[in-house]
Write a protein that binds this ligand. Structure first.
Ligand code: EPZ
Length: 416
């Protein structure tokens, strides 16, 4: 079984260019089926979640080719509307295909994605939005059978600003006759990226980034070429690694505005931060101080996906930092592994109290989910001695070339 082996304590120096954002490329790839034409998507990272999405596109009958960081999708040959269980199980966020398949073909069949390592991942808001648009959705024994005689524009109010439900509604609304307004929409930068891709295809979508997204539906879409935004959570992960290991790194490609809460946190923790539009420098002596409570929230709040790596970076900080995870009920699975390295973390439900440890020591560790796995890599870089991390299939979902990039920054890290 492949492992990442890290000898901690090495300073990190140099620049890292951040690859394309997993959470943007997945909905954009799903959106390529709307046009029934060719879409050329640049800055597409080599991730297992992207592989799973491409497998779904090919199952649906699309022709997909990949050259380096570019994926080309020809959805003119789409001839199916079902997503098989094994592909759904591989990636629960495949539910994002629901709106696009329904808009393109008038029907969609898939198995309810169920939960994941983070806990139950309901899709009630997705289904409610699609029903508002005129979808007839029958849930039977975990299967979802969706049909429509024609989607019609409407007003949708999301009770939670769900990223996935916003994206599903946007994609379905593109195929609906008339205007759709999505209220209480998620405001994540990935939603803005999706809007920009859809408009590159000839759609008329506006308001992404605000809590009201407006889609003028029923417009025929055409061929598009688009470059996906950089991954802000990967950027936060590299900054966390340098913060605990010590050193000076430059993270390129992510707009500073998307990372302001992360850079503010590390500045309060004692790091020196400089930022230009798409470049962030972080300098750290490896001895951080604790920061005021970190509470995750929908964008522009503190990103839940950054909580694990940032927590790892603060395990040796002088003082105590309190984390409150409001988005997912099971997002502290990395804490037991960090405690095995000598961290002092107490979890009570959604609250984790991190008391700074004098030092961390290397250990044999197992990743339990994507961002939790990244947290173990961050902690191991700041620990004394060797760590061996297994469960790499979790990390490969969202980080391309993680070990190569950290080794290039001077980390003693490799993958066997
Ligand atoms: C997206 O998941 C991301 N995944 C997640 O990233 C990210 O953590 C999350 O947004 C929050 O930012 C992708 O984009 C592929 P939500 P999503 O719907 O869309 C509840 C990672 O590590 N909810 O915004 O599934 C839900 O339970 C992954 O890259 C409902 O109750 O998240 C959660 O508590 C992990 N009903 C909250 O809303 C619904 O129908 C936010 O979830 C949908 C969601």
């Amino acid at each position: 079984m492949s492992e990442i082996i890290i000898s901690g304590g090495k300073r990190l120096e140099g620049a890292v260019h951040v690859h394309g954002a997993k959470n943007s490329v997945l909905p954009i790839l799903a959106a390529t089926i709307l046009s029934g034409s060719v879409s050329v998507i640049h800055n597409c990272p080599r991730l297992s979640d992207v592989d799973a999405t491409v497998a779904i596109l090919e199952h649906l009958g699309c022709r997909v080719s990949r050259e380096g960081q570019t994926v080309t999708v020809d959805s003119s040959t789409l001839d199916r509307c079902d997503i098989p269980d094994h592909l759904m199980r591989e990636m629960r966020s495949s539910v994002i295909f629901l709106g696009a398949v329904l808009a393109r073909t008038g029907e969609a069949r898939l198995c309810a994605p169920g939960g994941c390592e983070l806990g139950p991942r309901p899709i009630d808001l997705h289904l409610a939005a699609l029903r508002r648009l005129g979808a007839d959705i029958r849930e039977k024994g975990g299967d979802l059978r969706c049909r429509t005689k024609g989607l019609r524009g409407t007003e949708i109010s999301l009770t939670i600003p769900s990223v996935g439900a916003t994206e599903n509604a946007m994609l379905a609304a593109c195929g609906a006759k008339g205007e759709t307004v999505i209220y209480n929409a998620a405001r994540e930068p990935e939603i803005v990226d999706l809007q920009q891709f859809l408009n590159a295809c000839g759609a008329r979508v506006r308001g992404a980034g605000s809590s009201a997204v407006v889609v003028e539906g029923g417009i025929p879409l055409h061929m598009a070429e688009y470059t996906v935004m950089a991954d802000r959570i990967c950027a936060a992960t590299y900054l966390s690694a340098a913060a605990i290991a010590g050193g000076e790194i430059e993270v390129e490609g992510v707009p500073r505005s998307q990372l302001v809460l992360i850079t503010d946190l590390f500045s309060a923790a004692g790091c020196r931060i400089r930022a230009e539009e798409r470049r962030i420098w972080l300098e750290s002596d490896g001895r951080l101080r604790s920061v005021p409570p970190v509470r995750t929230a929908p964008y522009p709040g503190f990103p839940t996906d950054a909580q694990p790596p940032v927590m790892a970076a603060l395990t040796k900080a002088r003082g105590t930092t309190v984390f409150v995870e409001t988005m997912f009920e099971n997002r502290y699975r990395h804490t037991q592994e960090l405690v095995r390295m000598g961290a002092d973390i107490r979890v009570e439900g959604r609250v984790a109290v991190v008391c700074g440890a004098e030092k961390l020591h290397g250990a044999n560790l197992e990743a339990a989910d994507l961002r939790g796995g990244a947290a173990l890599v961050v902690a191991a870089l700041g620990a004394e001695g060797e760590s061996r991390i297994s469960g790499l299939h979790h990390i490969d979902r969202g980080y391309a070339d993680l070990t190569e990039r950290l080794a290039a920054l001077g980390g003693a890290i490799y993958r066997n």
